[in-house]
Design a protein around this ligand. Structure first.
Ligand SMILES: NC(=O)c1ccc[n+]([C@@H]2O[C@H](COP(=O)([O-])OP(=O)(O)OC[C@H]3O[C@@H](n4cnc5c(N)ncnc54)[C@H](O)[C@@H]3O)[C@@H](O)[C@H]2O)c1
Ligand SMILES: O=C(O)C[C@H](O)C(=O)O
Length: 342
């Protein structure tokens, strides 16, 4: 994707909460750079069209220099036609009394056909980020219906979990977020996700780098207190932050989810540098995660492709937690298989 060439970006669920927080940042150039012309396609179901059309009017009123066009449609063939980047946000939320299998079934009916439409109509270089929950397995479903698109191009979003972890750490250490690097979220975007700080680096104001774990032990009191804080405060805080937001706000995270989607695609397309981030990508078998599952890993991006960081040492605790999260992904895959969705 060259910098000046127009990029077609499709957003599903564009009339929803995340859509409203996402569209204006894409159009302003926050995702692909201010010099990259963007053609936006807003894909909705009929019930969401009015809301998406309202956003299209507001986008026009912003007069963003990089925004070439906006089109609203409820036709997936048109919505994904020529798409270079597709953000699959629209999903069926969990309703009262709904089981996980009901949710997977309802979303299979969305992500299967959308995967097929991407396969048939998107640009050859399409990159797909699934945000709608359950994101990892929805990405698996969409990818299964797009046999001509390499599975590496279907990602699920764990960048919000990654950003949440960075923010919590920065707060405890009273340092800028940007001074913390090489933190990882492993596994599923669910309460079983595995935040891991064991390789974390803290960069001081003078550029010197030290161990994040060491700095935390100092800030919290001792290595033992730090381990206790990590297991009983930090991990639940990060892994259950989505539920906390729902409780406090009355609906799920929207602006922070949109910001994370912007970060994910920005880094995927424009590169990460040497520090890694977290993204759910198709497993190549690394770290014992079964091949083909969409699982979160530490990743860097160069020239538009993610690379899973290799040969990181993994402590017993991280390994055990990852096994639980991966087992959940395996169960979800079995469930969608038994429902005939993949
Ligand atoms: N991965 C993450 O970190 C993360 C974070 C926050 C939210 N989410 C998930 O993102 C999803 C969207 O959240 P939201 O707050 O924007 O929800 P929302 O209900 O406000 O909006 C969803 C929109 O999707 C549309 N939609 C439904 N089915 C569609 C289809 N087949 N095609 C196109 N559009 C369709 C709806 O009409 C609605 O406008 C939810 O599944 C939520 O759980 C994920
Ligand atoms: O947790 C949720 O259900 C919403 C979302 O996935 C989040 O992490 O905020």
């Amino acid at each position: 994707m060259s910098a000046q060439k127009p990029v077609t970006v499709t957003v599903t669920g564009a009339g929803g909460q995340i859509g409203y927080a996402l569209l204006f940042r894409i159009a302003s150039g926050a995702m692909l750079g201010p010099q990259t012309p963007v053609r936006l396609r807003l894909l909705e179901i009929p019930a969401g069209l009015k809301s998406a059309e309202g956003s299209a009017l507001e986008l026009q009123d912003c007069a963003f220099p990089a925004l070439e066009s906006v089109e609203v449609t409820d036709d997936p063939a048109r919505g994904f036609d020529g798409a270079n980047v597709a953000l699959l946000v629209g999903a069926r939320p969990r309703g009262p009394g709904m089981e996980r299998s009901d949710l997977l079934k309802a979303n299979g009916a969305i992500f299967g056909p959308q995967g097929a439409a991407i396969n048939a109509h998107a640009a050859e270089d399409v990159k797909v980020l699934v945000v709608g929950n359950p994101a990892n397995t929805n990405a698996l479903i969409a990818s299964a219906h797009a046999p001509d698109v390499p599975p590496e191009r279907f990602n699920a979003m764990t960048r919000l979990d990654h950003n949440r972890a960075l923010a919590q750490l920065a707060q405890v250490l009273d340092v800028p977020v940007a001074s913390i690097s090489n933190v990882t979220i492993w596994g599923n975007h669910s309460a079983t996700q595995v935040p891991d700080i064991s390789h974390g680096i803290l960069t001081g104001p003078d550029g010197t780098q030290g161990s994040l774990v060491g700095a935390l032990a100092k800030a919290i009191g001792s290595a033992q207190d730090m381990a206790q804080w990590f297991a009983t405060t930090f991990i639940p805080r990060v892994a259950q932050r989505g539920a906390e937001i729902i409780e406090v706000r009355g609906s799920s995270s929207a602006a922070s989810a949109a910001a994370a989607a912007i970060d994910h695609v920005h880094d995927w397309v424009l590169g990460t540098g040497s520090s890694w981030t977290s993204a759910a990508v198709v497993s190549d078998g690394s770290y014992g995660v079964p091949r083909g599952l969409v699982s979160s890993f530490p990743v860097t991006s160069q020239q538009g492709s993610w690379h899973i960081e290799q040969q990181l040492e993994m402590g017993a605790d991280v390994r055990e937690r990852l096994e639980v999260s991966v087992n959940e992904l395996v169960e979800e895959r079995e469930m969608v298989r038994s429902l005939g969705l993949i």
